[in-house]
Design a protein around this ligand. Structure first.
Ligand code: PMP
Length: 291
């Protein structure tokens, strides 16, 4: 079945303060963000009509903008939070993926950003599971990418900035061409980092180990799942983790607003079962977001 292209759908998108018909939510060719990646965004989910951690996502949007020196003085968090609800309502959605983006417009071209104006849009749509459920049930597969996450002084890594995603798109495409679901990306020193759009966790002898999030996005789901695990009495350890340690892991999973808690069945030539701790956290996360 052909997928309806994203630009050609019914519904409404919030753009610069008002709801516009979905097909009219357009930007100009000379949009700064298109040429230089000067855009920050959020990916969120609503469950049963309630947006999970909506305020946290909006707060991160402002932080992401600040890191890339994007002026957000025309916006306030309450307005954005209310606008997200308005978009859900206008599109009759209760379970949905929500994409908020703020970007530099077409007021100015070139590297100089002093005169660009920040624009903001919100779209929402029905977006089931991020990974094919029939694959995710047994665990998705990851290929270690030859690409690595840049050092913190090489890119605005703590900003959810569009410019950070090109490498992930290339890396994921290389992996899917080889039959893998996604990529495992190491940091610039060869430690485990994360996936193209999700954070990584290893279960080793009953404890959860996760790479320290000072070299990639510290996901909201990552923080939520760490808290859930601690509440269950599971020891959670953040540290630098070498790829060889994947040999000693009994379970591996990833987290993200889109990916939720997804088990890993394979990393390169290593195979994993979907184990009890992953299952418990999948259930606990599902209960929390639906609660
Ligand atoms: N890392 C990257 C690169 C991502 O794109 C995402 C998804 N936003 C995550 C991690 C997970 O973040 P979150 O749990 O906040 O969605």
């Amino acid at each position: 079945m052909a997928i309806q292209p994203y630009h050609d759908r019914d519904g409404f998108i919030y753009m610069d303060g008002q709801l516009v018909p979905w097909r009219d939510a357009k930007v100009h060719y000379l949009t700064h963000a298109l040429h230089y990646g000067t855009c920050v965004f959020e990916g969120e989910r609503a469950y049963n009509g309630k947006i999970f951690k909506s305020k946290d996502h909006t707060q991160r949007l402002f932080r992401s903008a600040e890191i890339i020196r994007m002026d957000m003085s025309a916006f306030d968090a309450d307005t954005i939070n209310a606008a997200k609800e308005e978009v859900l309502k206008a599109n009759n959605l209760t379970n949905a993926y929500i994409r908020v983006a703020a970007w530099r417009g077409s007021e100015q071209m070139g590297i100089d950003i002093s005169k660009t104006v920040t624009h903001l849009a919100i779209a929402a749509w029905d977006w089931g599971k991020y990974f094919d459920p029939s694959v995710a049930e047994k665990g998705i597969s990851l290929m270690t990418s030859p690409w690595v996450r840049p050092a913190p002084n090489m890119a605005p890594i703590h900003s959810k900035a569009a410019s950070n995603y090109n490498m992930g798109c290339i890396a994921k495409s290389e992996a899917t061409d080889k039959g893998f679901t996604d990529v495992l990306i190491n940091d610039f020193e060869g430690n485990l980092a994360e996936c193209s759009g999700a954070n990584l966790f290893l279960v080793i002898d009953g404890a959860i180990h996760t790479p320290t999030a000072d070299r990639f996005l510290n996901g909201i789901t990552r923080q939520t799942v760490m808290q859930l695990a601690q509440d269950m009495g599971i020891n959670v350890i953040e540290r630098r983790i070498k790829p060889e340690e994947l040999d000693h892991a009994q379970e591996v999973f990833v987290t993200g607003s889109a990916a939720e808690v997804t088990p890993i069945g394979r990393i390169d030539e290593r195979h994993y079962d979907v184990g009890p701790i992953t299952k418990k956290l999948m259930d606990a996360y599902s209960a929390l977001v639906h609660g």
